[in-house]
Unconditional design. Sequence first.
Length: 397
Amino acid sequence: MFERLEALPADSLLGLIALFREDSNPQKVDLGVGVYRDEAGHTAIMSAIQKASREHMETEDSKTYIGPVGVVGFVEGIKKLVLGEQSSAIQQGHLAAIQTPGGCGALRVGSELIRRLGDELTVWVSDPTWANHVPLIQSAGLPIQSYPYFDASTGMVNFEAMDEQLAKLGPNDVVLLHGCCHNPTGADLSFEHWQRIAERANKQGFIPYVDIAYQGLGDGLEEDVKGVRYLSENIQEMVIATSCSKNFGLYRERTGALMIQTKSATEAAAIQTQIQDVARANYSMSPAYGGHLVDKVLHNDELRREWQDELNAMATRVKSLRAGLLEEINKRDIAKDFSFITQQKGMFTYLGITPEQVSELRRDYSIYMADSSRINVAGLNTQCLGYVADALKKVCG
Ligand SMILES: Cc1ncc(COP(=O)(O)O)c(C=O)c1O
């Protein structure tokens, strides 16, 4: 029977990893895969997470199932991390929430919940968006459309075009927004944009669906969620998917959370049973380990401070790599304007070069990036900035 199915084409980013590994050029640079890297190219375990892990190993005395919510302290901590201690939704009990297997798990459960709301709903994603949004949403049975977002000529958000599309949406629409550090472009909404979106959502009746996978890796833990918090305080209903993969470095531990903000505590209680039911039908319950670690880090002053310091250092490193790359580019008087590099946020930047130029960089200079020309800025290091700028000069003229 299995002959009915054919092999699928290889994932292009995973293919890039293999090509990079086989490349013997000592100057090779991997800007493809979207994980944080330090100056040595290593994705280290964060020190606060290491400490929490040791403590957890010593104190955990059972591996029996946890409840359907996941690690309760984790879920409570993440709600406050994203929405703030003073959040009205938290204080009024308007939030349903569960721990999920990573941000992907949150997006999948969130999408299935949205699917349960009716047959007519459409999810709108930014053009472009993170490639995995499409299968995660579509496999929940939801149709996808895209709204204009990125302005390739400026490297920033074309909010006018986006807003024009939002103005046409209504109560059967769900709008997926990147909470901060837009993947793949690095072009983020300004606070004023978030205010306009809240206004639109209230007027048109669509539901915002915020994916926040990089809190703390842009302008800081609080700054990065100003938009999401504004939405939460100013509209009644929304969906939030969060990930601890990047900001706690827990990638393989599959740690995330889904929050649904509803109009009342009664609705939140009903939705709580629905999201638990979706999870139960998919994977029963989330792995607990990552949740225990984040719970410990968030609820221990010393560990929390250590984690925040390390996260700030990571964000600062990415910013200084952006500045360093632009400085090297400017020294070489390259025809293309790359000044957007320092205005964009988070780990990613769209270089805005052609697929042919991307291939040339790979073939002639062993610089690896996605075909779209998205680069992971954290894949750079201070030693290779000049080399990358030289290659860009050769390729772009
Ligand atoms: C935009 C975005 N959303 C969600 C995720 C979820 O990641 P994970 O499932 O690894 O937590 C990622 C990871 O790369 C991402 O870039």
